[in-house]
Design a protein around this ligand. Structure first.
Ligand SMILES: Nc1ncnc2c1ncn2[C@@H]1O[C@H](COP(=O)(O)OP(=O)(O)OP(=O)(O)O)[C@@H](O)[C@H]1O
Length: 299
């Protein structure tokens, strides 16, 4: 069952070019869906349309099997989101911030403690949000999004600006929400590495068009691999490899060779070492997001 279906969205900002050009997405219930694309690809615009924050110009959106256009209020009551910067009051504590929204959503007061526990902010007590780290603020923003117990959580680049520790915490939180509460999560990002560690499904958007949609496994299968090598004399190494008919080039300070089986990699290593070279690094690596885009676009 799809929790969210987006069909043929076309969007153009006033006096601007087309920024979404037929975007169709299928987000399975219970998935963590990574919505990937470089800056300016159209991720935020798509998410704004899904949340009814900007007017739909063309196409259709259905959430929980209901058309957004006809059931907007009922649907959005069941959706939590974090898009753009969260509106939090710096001079209030986490509990006080949530208490304001508790009144708006008319949820039980006990829910405040629940969501603070869930995002790991239960111990902040009298600390004002103005004194929070960025990671704590982001987690509080997620607590805000969770207060009314949504079934679908939509997050636009929630790890932007977080340090590595904050990113790890955010990933752990989202995985827990998905596994323990069965929440469907859509998370946008421009970082493949981030999505790879988190998502079950992936949609890749580039210049307003969806280039790929499928499971993470399907994406990995499309990902071309290569062998990366670093030595103390890369030019000599390339010459030695050429003699074995291995086409090697230098990219990003490393020698890059076509993918090969482990036995062939071991043989390359042996030949280089026998020739007196020091091998600092030798491993199989996958394309990065940029290379995946190039591959998808050129296909
Ligand atoms: N309010 C706006 N008015 C005019 N153009 C806009 C507006 N918002 C976004 N755009 C343009 O629409 C295109 C898509 O932007 P969008 O923010 O949806 O992309 P994105 O994938 O979320 O990128 P980023 O990661 O940089 O936020 C960009 O070219 C952007 O300049």
């Amino acid at each position: 069952m799809h929790c969210l279906e987006v069909n043929d969205l076309v969007h153009r900002y006033r006096n601007g070019d087309v920024v979404l050009d037929g975007v169709t997405l299928r987000i399975p219930a219970g998935s963590i869906y990574g919505f990937l694309g470089p800056n300016g690809a159209g991720k935020t615009t798509t998410l704004r349309l899904i949340l009814g924050l900007i007017a739909l110009q063309h196409g259709a959106i259905s959430i929980f099997g209901l058309q957004l256009a006809a059931h907007r209020i009922d649907i959005l009551r069941r959706v939590g989101s974090l898009i753009e910067s969260p509106s939090l009051y710096d001079h209030l504590t986490a509990t006080e911030n949530l208490a304001l929204l508790q009144a708006v959503h008319r949820v039980d007061e006990a829910k405040i403690g629940d969501v603070l526990d869930l995002v790991g902010l239960a111990g902040t007590h009298r600390k004002k949000v103005g004194e929070f780290s960025l990671g704590m603020k982001q987690r509080l923003a997620i607590a805000v999004a969770l207060l009314h117990e949504p079934e679908l959580l939509i997050l636009d680049e929630p790890t932007n600006g977080l340090d590595p520790n904050g990113i790890v915490e955010m990933r752990a939180l989202l995985t827990r929400l998905n596994r323990e509460r069965g929440l469907t999560i859509v998370i946008s990002s421009h970082l493949l590495a981030e999505i790879e560690r988190l998502a079950t499904h992936v949609g890749i958007i580039h210049r307003g068009r969806v280039l790929f949609e499928g499971t993470l496994d399907e994406l990995q299968r499309r990902r071309r691999t290569h062998v990366a090598l670093a030595t103390n004399d890369d030019e000599r190494a390339i010459a030695l490899l050429a003699r074995q008919s291995i086409a090697a080039t230098i990219a990003d300070g490393r020698i890059v060779m076509p993918a090969m089986p482990n036995t062939a990699i071991a043989q390359v290593n042996r030949r280089l070492v026998d020739a007196g070279l020091d091998v600092h690094e030798l491993h199989t690596a996958g394309d990065d997001l940029e290379a995946i885009f190039m591959n998808l676009v050129s296909n």
